[in-house]
Design a protein around this ligand. Structure first.
Ligand SMILES: CC(C)(COP(=O)(O)OP(=O)(O)OC[C@H]1O[C@@H](n2cnc3c(N)ncnc32)[C@H](O)[C@@H]1OP(=O)(O)O)[C@@H](O)C(=O)NCCC(=O)NCCS
Length: 210
């Protein structure tokens, strides 16, 4: 089966939100908020339209990746970097290389666009194959000046972050408001919120510091 990528179009928006919800439901905590995040990101100033890709598997939409501009704040100076997420693949299409293709393609485009780096929160084991390393190596912290194990950095050209260190700020857009989520979720099919094993792994990763 062939995996094809193309830019997301407005006609895909609702389907991609449903897909995102399917991919993340009960994965990190009971329910999920990533479909609201995608919904809001597209309207935000930080949104990078040229990196918003959908993946088609056998001509059916099976995955999506969304990028936003973020900042590294260094003693009053602000450096623009990219962040991505959510990256979503429908459960029935996972482990077929779709996520990898979406990431590899958009990383390549990000380089061509001239960005310095991509900084994300994610599973270190999954993202190391794309070249992401712990943010601690680059002295980039979270807002509490700590080094979360899940904070990962990919320089997009050699020494791109030389002389740049500080606090990673992904922007308020990534904060999910519970009330807003509850309302937004009513627009989708009812799904049961449950406790799962993957939530344990998520909590373990999210609470680990280097
Ligand atoms: C994570 C995700 C985008 C990967 O997409 P995918 O198309 O399944 O990934 P690929 O087929 O390219 O890669 C699969 C490989 O990644 C590994 N992998 C997937 N999720 C992983 C995770 N959370 N941690 C470590 N490895 C992971 C698989 O075990 C598999 O390993 P293998 O190649 O050694 O067999 C997809 O599984 C997904 O949407 N998951 C739910 C939402 C999510 O967690 N998104 C990422 C948030 S950080």
């Amino acid at each position: 089966m062939e995996i094809k990528l193309r830019l997301e179009e407005e006609k895909d928006y609702r389907l991609i939100e449903e897909l995102t919800r399917e991919a993340f439901w009960n994965v990190h905590f009971p329910g999920c908020g990533e479909h609201l995040l995608v919904h809001k990101l597209r309207k935000a100033d930080e949104f990078v339209k040229g990196l918003d890709f959908v993946a088609l598997y056998d001509n059916k939409i099976a995955g999506n990746i969304v990028y936003a501009k973020a900042k590294v704040k260094d003693n009053g100076k602000e450096h623009t970097v990219l962040t991505f997420g959510p990256v979503s693949v429908l459960p029935e299409y996972q482990n077929r290389g779709i996520g990898s293709k979406l990431i590899n393609h958009t990383v390549k485009l990000s380089k061509e666009m001239g960005y310095k780096a991509i900084i994300i929160y994610g599973y270190p084991e999954y993202y190391k194959k794309f070249g992401f390393t712990a943010s601690k190596e680059k002295e980039i912290t979270n807002s509490e000046k700590k080094y979360p194990a899940a904070l990962l950095v990919l320089e997009l050209y050699p020494n791109a972050l030389n002389g740049i260190k500080g606090v990673f700020d992904e922007g308020a857009i990534y904060e999910i408001n519970e009330k807003e989520l509850e309302e937004f979720d009513k627009e989708f099919d009812k799904k049961e919120k449950t406790v799962t094993k993957s939530q344990e792994k998520f909590m373990e990763t999210a609470t680990k510091f280097l």
